[in-house]
Design a protein around this ligand. Structure first.
Ligand SMILES: [Mn+2]
Length: 322
């Protein structure tokens, strides 16, 4: 693995740098992307923020979010920083294609399934969030940790730890968070932006999802399916799904929660969560995906009904060994 210093000195050589996040952006990748960009701007770099997908409105309070651009703005930069991406395709096919000739690719991530695809790889599966790794970078440059950077990184950490509730939360996570808050953050304001300013469409998606909630006969697998047609009826897109899957895992007795999302492209997007025994990174791996032991995902080109049957069967098989 590369060191923070190696990454900083590599980036120091370039003037124009792109920072890219993954498809279906979540709080960790958006916060990490913006935090990293602010650090690079403080170093005097010209930074372009790139996202393949729409950024959920909940993150519009983050500094720099209004400058996030589409993939067409990628090109001409000499260095690209991927945050929270296991591989270049995770940032979207077009991003993966566009970066092939770029001389400096930096990979900053905390997924155990990371493919080490960069010229430099700053990958630590022990970090609760990619935001934690960006924090370490921020500490290595001889510039102050500003309130704006802290806001982005705090949000990244809050969202990937479920507000410090998941098992990835450590004393280190809290110590980093404390230092970030001490820059002058208003924790109440941040949480209100993240959790109490939810678009009505998000709640309609929850309503739709919970109406079709299913559990296995043993009660240890719960899943939700979202049909494209039903989503269209309520005018909902991927950016309105954030957090829905957590309802499956919170059910008493459930070990594995699954969300099936039918897309118009004949693909089923699948997300996994587990409580404390099943390694869902392995489960997603059976279908060509990956992620973390407690949160992962994959995509299958099949019908919704078939995906449901195959994936629930695979989850039940894994549970037999637990
Ligand atoms: Mn993450």
């Amino acid at each position: 693995m590369s060191s923070c210093q190696e990454v900083i000195s590599a980036l120091g050589k370039y003037d124009e740098i792109a920072v890219v996040c993954h498809v279906n952006p979540d709080g960790d990748c958006v916060g990490s992307m913006l935090g990293m960009g602010l650090i690079l701007q403080a170093m005097g770099k010209k930074v372009t923020f790139i996202s393949s997908d729409v950024i959920p409105g909940a993150y519009s309070f983050l500094p720099g979010s209004q400058h996030i651009k589409g993939v067409d703005n990628l090109g001409g930069q000499q260095a690209v920083v991927f945050v929270d991406c296991t591989d270049p395709d995770r940032a979207g096919e077009q991003v993966a294609r566009s970066v092939s000739g770029i001389p400096c690719i930096i990979n900053i991530d905390h997924h155990v399934s990371n493919r080490q695809f960069g010229h430099l790889n700053l990958v630590d599966p022990e970090a609760a969030a990619t935001g934690e790794i960006i924090y370490r970078l921020a500490k290595e440059i001889p510039l102050p940790l500003t309130k704006e950077i802290a806001l982005c990184l705090y949000t990244a950490i809050v969202m990937d730890t479920g507000s410090f509730r998941y098992e990835n939360t450590t004393g280190t996570t809290h110590r980093i968070a404390a230092e970030l808050v001490d820059t002058g953050l208003n924790v109440f304001d941040i949480n209100r932006n993240l959790y109490e300013d939810v678009p009505l469409t998000n709640l309609k998606v929850i309503q739709l999802g919970l109406a079709g909630l299913k559990t296995s006969s043993c009660g240890r697998v719960a899943w939700i399916t979202l049909r494209e047609e039903d989503m269209r009826k309520i005018d909902a897109g991927d950016e309105h799904i954030d957090g829905l899957i957590n309802y499956t895992r919170m059910i008493k007795g459930v070990e594995v929660g699954i969300l099936f999302r039918e897309t118009g492209e004949g693909l089923i997007k699948i997300s996994f969560r587990s409580k404390d025994r099943v390694d869902v990174n392995r489960l997603a791996g059976e279908f060509g995906g990956g992620g973390h032991p407690r949160a992962s995902g994959c995509r299958i080109a099949t019908s919704l009904a078939q995906a449901e049957e195959q994936v629930v069967a695979a989850a039940s098989r894994l549970l037999e060994g637990c």
